[in-house]
Write a protein that binds this ligand. Structure first.
Ligand SMILES: [Zn+2]
Length: 289
């Protein structure tokens, strides 16, 4: 077996080393003219060399030449590129259309014509309006209920004081002066503004206990007095206060000096409020100026 293998290799080796001759023979004279003499391995190397040149040429033509278009991969890229371009053209077209409409309207305006709108609206026939139900949904009803309950604790704008027993009290004028702004529920002005000379004294309207005597950004120096029958009086924008929290004050007693303190005050005045059971009362119903 090893011997036959060896002789097989030997025969191949011999084949490659054999010399071959290409010659032309004249038919009439039978004279032979040798054209080329070569060995088999030389022919083999020559064929390999030719194949290599052929592969290189095919590669260059495919990678950079016209054969590229024949590849299926390249067709895919071409298609996506085309779609991208189509989208671009479409957006440019709509942009151009809008611009031309804008210029058209601008032209009209320059010529002095009246233009309502340049956006043309189209009826969308795909929406069927008959199918729309106008009855409130469960969520809507719940929201309405929630909002109505929230409003429950706000002071209604059409509120009118029903505090009959206030007639029994004799209210002392908190300050001498003129009324510059009246009690107005709609404007949420829960009291009256009294204007007078600066340094006019501010007095307690009834006997009571000071429950608040301090300064705040919007109201300035403010004093609040608790009276009997759940009545509360408020005095804002004072220049200074002469009573502290928990002080007992008598009706007509000086509690502060009129001023212009607090961000919500623009001129020297006293903002005076009267409350009973958590509802504001127009002081002018019980006070004369
Ligand atoms: Zn006021």
């Amino acid at each position: 077996m090893a011997k036959s293998n060896k002789s097989y290799l030997q025969s191949i080796f011999n084949f490659f080393l054999k010399s071959y001759k290409i010659s032309s023979v004249n038919k009439s004279t039978l004279q032979e003219t040798p054209l080329s003499i070569f060995k088999a391995y030389q022919l083999f190397i020559y064929i390999i060399y030719l194949l290599f040149i052929f592969c290189v040429v095919i590669f260059i033509l495919t990678a950079y030449g016209p054969l590229q278009n024949l590849l299926p991969q390249s067709a895919y890229f071409k298609k996506s590129e085309l779609i991208e371009l189509m989208v671009k053209v479409d957006s440019l077209e709509s942009n151009l259309l809008q611009k031309s409409k804008y210029i058209f309207v601008l032209d009209k305006i320059i010529n002095g014509e009246v233009v309502d709108s340049f956006i043309q609206t189209q009826n969308d026939s795909t929406i069927i309006f008959n199918d729309i139900t106008l009855t409130p949904s469960k969520e809507d009803s719940l929201l309405r209920h929630f909002v109505e309950n929230e409003e429950l604790y706000n002071i209604p704008a059409d509120y009118t004081a029903e505090n009959a027993d206030l007639e029994d009290f004799v209210f002392f004028k908190p300050a001498d002066g003129m009324i510059s702004s009246f009690f107005d529920m709609k404007e949420q002005h829960w009291g009256i503004d009294i204007v007078a000379n600066t340094n006019t004294s501010v007095k307690a309207t009834l006997d009571g206990v000071v429950i608040f005597s301090d300064w705040s950004v919007s109201s300035g120096h403010t004093i609040i007095i608790q009276h009997v029958d759940n009545i509360i009086s408020v005095y804002m924008h004072n220049a200074s206060l002469t009573k502290k929290s928990n002080d007992f004050v008598k009706s007509g007693e000086v509690i502060g000096i009129m001023g212009n303190s607090g961000e919500s005050s623009s001129d020297p005045h006293l903002h005076f409020e009267l409350w009973q059971n958590g509802t504001p009362i127009d002081p002018l119903e019980y006070l004369d100026f």
